[in-house]
Write a protein that binds this ligand. Structure first.
Ligand SMILES: O=C(O)C(=O)C[C@]1(C(=O)O)C=C[C@@H](O)C=C1
Length: 281
């Protein structure tokens, strides 16, 4: 037998074993799905997916690149999700849009996608349980921050449960990352690698913002993103959206919220979710 044929025989044997193992894994995922459905737990577990991916990337000795491992496991977990429930993800259409691509890079090709025409509709479909989660833009290199998403987050009781970085190419062929949020109804448990999006409502007067940000410095909590919006018409308040390192259940977050509540008109937690993988940003 020539080299090529014998190497292909080897691959056939490995594939047979891989598919057997994948089906065995899928059976376990179905059992997890039965428990989750029985106990009313969320099917999508971003903190668990993040832990699985980080641990596999760390254990892998190559030659597969980390991005390849992430892409393969995105599809494996997508297939698990679809076996656990008829999972639907709402995003901005049409099929093939940046939002759809971002959603597919997180949820894979086994789940169902609903295409909506604006961000408010994505929030509405998730609130009505027509979709399990929604994917909405938060910032992109060409258009900056998506104000419609900030406005919906300020009003809505939905939370940010994951983020997605999508590499996009602009007209000058520069590659940059557009960021999207996954929104849902459930608060994530800690993954050990989280950040928290907060909305601070602050009076529009000198020194108010500096005072509100001071506790982050004192408690040594890193801030990674920052955006502002005027609160409702006729009000003299400004909304500041900040992304801080850590999870709301971290001990130092308790201290942070106590300090913030003294310095801000209102503080709203928009969600704690796993940080993007370093190769994604
Ligand atoms: O561990 C779980 O909760 C599962 O449902 C299994 C699994 C997986 O395939 O590993 C699938 C979907 C979840 O989002 C997370 C992980």
């Amino acid at each position: 037998m020539n080299d090529l044929a014998s190497l292909r025989d080897k691959i056939d044997a490995i594939d047979t074993e891989l598919v057997r193992l994948l089906n065995e894994r899928a059976e376990v995922a179905k059992e997890i799905g039965t428990i989750k459905n029985r106990e009313g737990l969320p099917i999508y577990s971003p903190e668990r997916e993040d832990k699985v991916l980080r641990s596999l990337v760390q254990k892998s000795q190559g030659p597969l690149r980390p991005e390849a491992i992430r892409a393969i496991y995105c599809e494996i977990m997508s297939a698990s999700l679809a076996l656990e429930k008829d999972v639907a993800i709402a995003c901005l259409g049409p099929a093939g849009s940046n939002s759809h691509q971002a959603a597919k890079s997180k949820f894979g090709s086994s789940v169902r996608y609903l295409f909506l025409s604006d961000v408010a509709d994505v929030f509405r479909e998730v609130r009505k349980d027509e979709a399990d989660c929604g994917v909405v833009p938060i910032d992109d290199p060409d258009h900056g921050v998506a104000n419609s998403t900030l406005d919906q987050l300020a009003e809505s009781d939905l939370v940010v449960c994951a983020q997605i970085a999508l590499q996009t190419e602009n007209s000058d062929s520069n590659v940059a990352a557009a960021r999207f949020f996954v929104i849902g109804k459930n608060t994530n448990p800690p993954s050990g690698n989280d950040c928290t999006m907060l909305l601070l409502r602050i009076e529009d007067k000198p020194g108010a913002l500096v005072s509100a940000l001071e506790p982050f410095k004192t408690l040594n909590i890193n801030l990674s993103h920052f955006a502002s919006r005027h609160a409702a018409k006729g009000s003299n308040d400004v909304f500041f959206f900040v992304e801080a390192a850590g999870h709301t259940r971290d001990l130092q977050m308790v201290d942070l919220f106590r300090e913030l509540s003294k310095r801000c008109r209102a503080v709203k937690v928009l969600g704690s979710f796993p940080k993007a993988a370093s190769s994604e940003v």
